[in-house]
Design a protein around this ligand. Structure first.
Ligand code: C5P
Length: 302
């Protein structure tokens, strides 16, 4: 047997700085225009060939430090591994270890990021050398938010999420390095539920694609910082049910003058932290509102 080989891949969380859902598609999914950025905060995926024999009959084995994360075929890591094998015919057994830090049901893209990290790990270990376009095709087949994680920087995402354009350099520089505080209450929000509610509210809940493009173009052509970009039209449907979210965001705006939004379909929110922001006071305000054990994570846009 050849000696074990290991691939260690950082699997970042993302935030949607701008998220416009622009309409429902014939396939039931929604079209969107979104500016998304990975963070320097995330999970770690370790993939090792030949270290131990995965359970008889299975090519892949998955362990996770978080007992709440399913390690069966529903996990996007195993779905991605399966898709990779179908595409390449690679047969070696691999043991995956996921060090999970991104909360689940959070709108932070954790599962999607893990899936893309899996494709990158297997591409390394197998020597299959799939190119960017092939990896993007596989990623898009696993989840709408998977392809964006191939870029390693801020992107504009269109369609269902499969059309990715990296943000032009000068604009990316206005985002990269910005400090954010990400926070999530103890409950999550189902992405499918949020989109379903939006569809039930009728066409007026969407932002026309042309208007979304106009707003992004205006930000790209201007000189305002990340705060000038923040938008998310999934907020009204999610806020109607989960009122703790808008109440706290309003407190942070009024009390500290912060630019703050929900990420994706929630329940995570984030605030941009200007230099010198009173971080410990802000964290205290969040914990007073959402409880001492809620998730609060400082991070930097990557
Ligand atoms: O693609 P993913 O599995 O992450 O999406 C979860 C659910 O969110 C989908 O089943 C769909 O109901 C909804 N969704 C959508 N339009 C998108 C992305 C997700 O309607 N662009």
């Amino acid at each position: 047997m050849s000696p074990p080989r290991t691939a260690t891949i950082f699997s970042p969380a993302k935030i949607n700085l701008f998220l416009a859902v622009t309409g429902r598609r014939a396939d039931g999914y929604h079209d969107l225009v979104s500016v998304v950025a990975p963070l320097d905060f995330g999970d770690l995926l370790i993939a090792e060939t030949g270290e131990r024999k995965p359970e008889a009959g299975r090519q892949f084995d998955l362990e996770c430090n978080d007992p709440e994360v399913p390690v069966d075929g529903n996990n996007l890591i195993l779905k991605a591994a399966k898709a990779f094998v179908v595409a390449t015919g690679w047969m070696e057994p691999v043991a995956f270890r996921l060090d999970k830090r991104i909360p689940v049901g959070a709108g932070l893209g954790g599962g999607s990021s893990n899936a893309t990290a899996t494709l990158l790990a297997l591409n390394q270990l197998s020597g299959a050398n799939l190119g960017r376009a092939e990896l993007a095709g596989l990623a898009a087949g696993i989840g709408s938010d998977c392809p964006l994680f191939l870029e390693g920087g801020p992107v504009i995402m269109r369609g269902r999420g499969e059309r990715i354009e990296s943000l032009p350099d000068p604009a990316a520089r206005r985002l990269r390095g910005r400090k954010v505080l990400v926070f999530k209450p103890s409950f999550g929000v189902s992405t499918a539920w949020a989109y379903e509610r939006m569809a039930a509210n009728g066409p007026q809940s969407y932002l026309p694609a042309q208007e979304a493009e106009r707003r992004i173009a205006a930000w790209l052509g201007g000189d305002s910082d990340a705060g000038g970009l923040l938008f998310n039209n999934l907020e009204p449907v999610v806020f109607r049910k989960f009122v703790a979210l808008p109440v706290l965001l309003e407190d942070l705006r009024r009390g500290f003058g912060l630019a703050a939004r929900m990420s994706g379909s929630g329940s995570s929110c984030f605030a941009l932290l200007p230099s010198g922001a009173p971080v410990s006071e802000i964290v205290t305000t969040i914990r007073e509102a959402w409880g001492a054990v809620c998730f609060v994570q400082p991070a930097t846009i990557a």
